[in-house]
Design a protein around this ligand. Structure first.
Ligand code: ADP
Ligand code: MG
Length: 262
C-alpha cells in the first residue's frame, strides 16, 4: 500500500469494450455516495472516463499525461466532477504519445507510483481507468496500485484473456510491486438470455473462486446511454438494474476491504 489511508485500485483488462471505464465511473460514484473521497485517473488516451463524467475535451487542462511526467499534483490539480466527493484527473490528447515517450524515460515503470506517493492525497480511493493494452501506461497503473480489479465480459475467449492478465499481474508483482493484489473479477454486460454467458460465468467462478464478485453487472441499455449525457448511470437512472448492480458492487468492495483489514 502506497499510503496507509488511500487505496489505489487499477481497473484493467487488455481487451477493449469489457466495461473498464463504466466500472471506474460507476464504482467510483457509488463509493462517493457512501461518503468515500474518490479520485478517478483517466489513463486511457481515448478519454472515455473524462467524457463520461461530463468533462469535455475543451475543458481538459493538465491531466494524466502531466501526472505521469511529474508536472502536476493530485491534491491541487484534480478536477471536481458533477458527483460530490468524486474528482478526476482527465486524459488529454498528449497521453497518446506517452506510451512511446515512456520507453526512454528514467524509472519508466514507476512514474505514476511516484506521482501518487509524493503526498497524502486526501482520497480514500484512487481508481485508475487503464487503456485496453498491457503497455507502459497499464504497467504504470499496476506498479502504482494496491490491487487490480478486472472487469470481464462473459464471452468465449474471456478465460484465456483473464489467465494472460493474471500472469502479467504476477510478473509485475515479482518485478516491481510486491504488494500488488487481485482485488477481484467482476462479470460485466451479463446477458441472462444468452446460454454462453452463463457457461462462461460458471467456468470463471470454478477457476477463480471467491476472487469473482458475487455481484454481476447486467447488460442494461441505460448504462450505455448515460455517458452521452456526461453522467454516471447512477445519476442518470438510479433505479435501473445497471445502477443497482454498481451499488451492490461498491458494498461488496467495501465489505472485502473490511475483511482484509480486520
Ligand atoms: P472499456 O473501458 O473496457 O473499453 P466500456 O466501459 O467503455 O469498456 O464499455 C464498452 C461499451 O459498452 C460502452 O459503450 C459502454 O457504454 C457499454 N457498456 C458497458 N457496460 C454496459 C452494461 N452493463 N450494459 C450495457 N452497455 C454497457
Ligand atoms: Mg475504457
Amino acid at each position: 500500500m502506497i499510503k496507509n489511508d488511500t487505496r489505489v485500485i487499477a481497473i484493467a483488462n487488455q481487451k477493449g469494450g469489457v466495461g473498464k471505464t463504466t466500472t471506474a465511473i460507476n464504482l467510483g460514484t457509488a463509493l462517493a455516495a457512501c461518503g468515500k473521497r474518490v479520485l478517478i485517473i483517466d489513463l486511457d488516451p481515448q478519454g472515455n472516463a473524462s467524457t463520461g463524467l461530463g468533462v469535455p475535451r475543451a475543458q481538459r487542462g493538465k491531466g494524466s499525461y502531466q501526472l505521469v511526467f511529474g508536472e502536476i499534483d493530485v491534491r491541487t490539480d484534480a478536477t471536481a466532477s458533477s458527483v460530490p466527493g468524486l474528482s478526476l484527473i482527465p486524459s488529454s490528447v498528449d497521453l497518446s504519445g506517452a506510451e512511446i515517450e515512456l520507453v526512454n524515460a528514467e524509472r519508466r515503470e514507476y512514474r505514476l507510483r511516484e506521482a501518487l506517493r509524493q503526498t497524502p492525497s486526501g482520497f480514500d480511493y484512487v481508481l485508475i481507468d487503464c487503456p485496453p493494452a498491457l503497455g507502459l501506461l497499464t504497467l504504470n497503473a499496476l506498479v502504482a496500485a494496491d490491487s487490480v480489479l478486472v472487469p470481464l465480459q462473459c464471452e468465449f475467449y474471456a478465460l484465456e484473456g483473464l489467465s494472460h492478465l493474471l500472469r502479467t499481474v504476477e510478473r509485475v508483482r515479482r518485478a516491481f510491486n510486491n504488494n500488488l493484489d487481485v482485488q477481484g473479477v467482476v462479470l460485466t454486460m451479463f446477458d441472462k438470455r444468452n446460454n454462453l454467458s452463463d457457461l462462461v460465468a460458471q467456468d470463471v467462478r470454478s477457476h477463480f473462486g471467491t476472487k469473482v464478485y458475487e455481484t454481476v453487472i447486467p447488460r442494461n441499455v441505460r448504462v450505455s446511454e448515460a455517458p452521452s449525457h456526461g453522467k454516471p448511470v447512477l445519476l442518470y437512472d438510479l433505479q435501473c438494474s445497471g445502477s443497482q448492480a454498481y451499488v451492490h458492487l461498491a458494498s461488496e468492495v467495501l465489505r472485502r476491504e473490511r475483511r482484509l483489514s480486520a
